[in-house]
Design a protein around this ligand. Structure first.
Ligand code: HEM
Ligand code: HEM
Length: 234
């Protein structure tokens, strides 16, 4: 039996009842990604003068992807792939537990959210990967466009444009899922992604050692930047 506060989403709960669940790098990654994806969309429609900045934004997204993949291995517990990736059977079991008490008692990504992370990373990789080879056939060409023939360049440009709609569909369903959690289950997922703290108690203790040291994130980001630079040297 939970307290009333638990049932109402713990507004005003004491800090010790709101344990840290998201580390700073994961949160900065998320909101920077949101801004950059919006910028990539806007800059691709602002005319030729903005394509240079569209490409810069794309390199920043590439660095974020490399960072998030490495963070999935060396980052804090809730950011690690091994912690949130579950088998399809397990994920189905989670979906079927909707409405039951056990359903929302998960710290970090739930099994469905875990697969959403992978879907985002794959779609973003396709977006950036094809962008590197894309061309508008007028003034702008991605840095690797010269490596492929005109036809292949056109195909990759078409995929670049088409894949953006898939990315958009993912974003829309992502935001709808967040709203449904709020409206139906009364759980605010957004505030934890901003403050890092769960809005209510979570099962099991979260050890302070579950959080990676800051220098690990700095090293991962530096290596990711280096990775982007190396890819651009191809
Ligand atoms: C371009 C738009 C967006 C993209 C590409 C995106 C992508 C992502 C990704 C990749 C994650 C996983 C975080 C990680 O573990 O690294 C995530 C989580 C999350 N996002 Fe977004 N997001 C977008 C927009 C938004 C918006 C507008 C909101 C607010 C309504 C939001 C709220 C959240 C929340 C609350 C989580 C954590 C979910 C959980 O508790 O498991 N996102 N998002
Ligand atoms: C997340 C990253 C990215 C997103 C969301 C994105 C999005 C888009 C979108 C929506 C368009 C189509 C605009 C239209 O309909 O005319 C576009 C065009 C283009 N993008 Fe990207 N892009 C990204 C990354 C990149 C990168 C990394 C490069 C190259 C370095 C790039 C190069 C181009 C080029 C050259 C075009 C022009 C294609 C044309 O107008 O025919 N993009 N991008």
């Amino acid at each position: 039996m939970g307290t009333n506060k638990e049932k109402t989403g713990m507004r005003g709960a004491r800090p010790d009842q709101q344990p840290r669940i998201w580390d700073v790098p994961t949160r900065v990654f998320h909101w920077t990604l949101v801004i950059l994806v919006a910028w990539e969309w806007a800059s691709s429609h602002l005319g030729h003068g903005f394509m240079r900045y569209h490409m810069w934004g794309g390199y920043a997204v590439l660095t974020l992807i490399l960072f998030r993949v490495s963070w999935g291995f060396v980052g804090s517990e809730t950011a690690r792939f091994a912690q949130f990736l579950r088998s399809p059977r397990n994920t189905w079991g989670y979906i079927r537990s909707w409405g039951k008490e056990s359903h929302h008692h998960i710290h970090g990504h739930n099994p469905l959210g875990g697969w959403a992370v992978i879907a985002f990373l794959v779609t973003l990789t396709i977006q950036v990967g094809t962008g590197l080879f894309a061309t508008d056939d007028v003034l702008t060409a991605g840095p690797l466009n010269a490596l492929v023939g005109g036809r292949m360049g056109d195909l990759l440009t078409a995929i670049h444009k088409g894949n953006f709609d898939i990315l958009l569909a993912l974003v829309v369903s992502h935001v709808i899922a967040v709203i449904l959690h709020r409206v139906i289950a009364g759980h605010d997922l957004v505030r934890p992604m901003i403050t890092g703290r769960a809005a209510r108690p979570v099962p099991g203790a979260i050890s302070p050692r579950a959080f990676a040291r800051p220098w690990v994130s700095v090293a991962a980001l530096a290596l990711s930047g280096l990775g982007t630079w190396l890819i651009l040297q191809i």
